[in-house]
Ligand binder design. Structure first.
Ligand SMILES: NC(=O)c1ccc[n+]([C@@H]2O[C@H](COP(=O)([O-])OP(=O)(O)OC[C@H]3O[C@@H](n4cnc5c(N)ncnc54)[C@H](OP(=O)(O)O)[C@@H]3O)[C@@H](O)[C@H]2O)c1
Length: 236
């Protein structure tokens, strides 16, 4: 029986490391991303923009022909980009930043779930995991700032929790979870690493290993949860 893994956002720092780790472990894996990751076999890549539902529908149709994925990891996301940078104060809030980050960080993974979750097997365990962020925790917000990113991740967390409840009705062994990868040395975090305490910045490979270990340790009761890289639950 095929035990296929799918990594959405396999061109990113953490997504690529997860995809590489799964491939090294000999698992059938398909990478989904806007561009084929460097050096990745084109036969194991499907073009996807998470904000383009037609690309997700095409990807789902292609994946359906390859077998039921038992592990779907969504590693897409955005913190900064053209016209978007994390707000230090409400004076810099903008509709553009808010809508862009809500689209990429919350709507995108939810649309991935809409198209890919139905492919998971009904009679076997499976995991649908999205990379969220601890700064999306409302209970853990002590510093403020980063309005759009925080709020988009909080919205993502609610979407995952809601998806988990519906998913459970047809897949008693399937789980949907949100993960916090820690602070990881990628393009996303690069401009903001100066304040990171010594020894706490993970390489993408370290983060990938930690996150895959977390996923390996989660049972059906983990459905709808939010977990950090060390498997500890993160408060909502
Ligand atoms: N790095 C950290 O310290 C950290 C901490 C907490 C949480 N996270 C979360 O972890 C996840 C991965 O972050 P990262 O550090 O690996 O960032 P990254 O290297 O910037 O990767 C981001 C990925 O998202 C993809 N992406 C963005 N918009 C997309 C779209 N519309 N359609 C398809 N793909 C899209 C990018 O694709 P392209 O290559 O096509 O641009 C890229 O593959 C994010 O959700 C981030 O919020 C990261």
């Amino acid at each position: 029986m095929t035990d296929m893994a799918v990594v959405v956002g396999a061109s990113g720092g953490i997504g690529r490391a997860i995809a590489d780790r799964l491939r090294e472990a000999g698992r059938p894996i398909v990478a989904l991303s806007r561009c084929c990751p460097d050096g990745w076999p084109g036969s194991d890549w499907i073009p996807v923009d998470v904000l383009d539902e037609s690309s997700l529908a095409s990807a789902a149709a292609r994946l359906a022909g390859a077998g039921a994925p038992t592990r779907i990891i969504v590693a897409t996301g955005m913190l900064h980009g053209p016209g978007v940078s994390p707000e230090k104060t409400m004076r810099t809030l903008s509709l553009e930043s808010l809508t862009t980050l809500f689209a990429v960080n919350a709507a995108g993974p939810a649309l991935v779930a809409k198209h890919l979750l139905p492919l998971t097997p009904r009679d076997r365990s499976s995991v649908f995991a999205v990379l969220s962020a601890r700064v999306g925790s409302i209970g853990d917000n002590r510093l403020g700032g980063w309005y759009a990113y925080r709020a988009s991740k909080a919205a993502l967390n609610m979407l995952i929790r809601t998806l988990a409840i519906e998913h459970r009705r047809t897949r008693p062994l399937g789980i949907c979870v949100a993960l916090h990868p820690g602070t990881v040395d990628t393009a996303l975090s690069a401009p903001f690493q100066s304040g990171v305490p010594e020894g706490t910045l993970f390489s993408p490979r370290q983060a990938a290993d930690a996150l895959l270990a977390v996923l390996d340790g989660l049972g059906p009761d983990a459905n709808g949860g939010f977990y950090a890289w060390d498997a500890t639950p993160v408060p909502w």
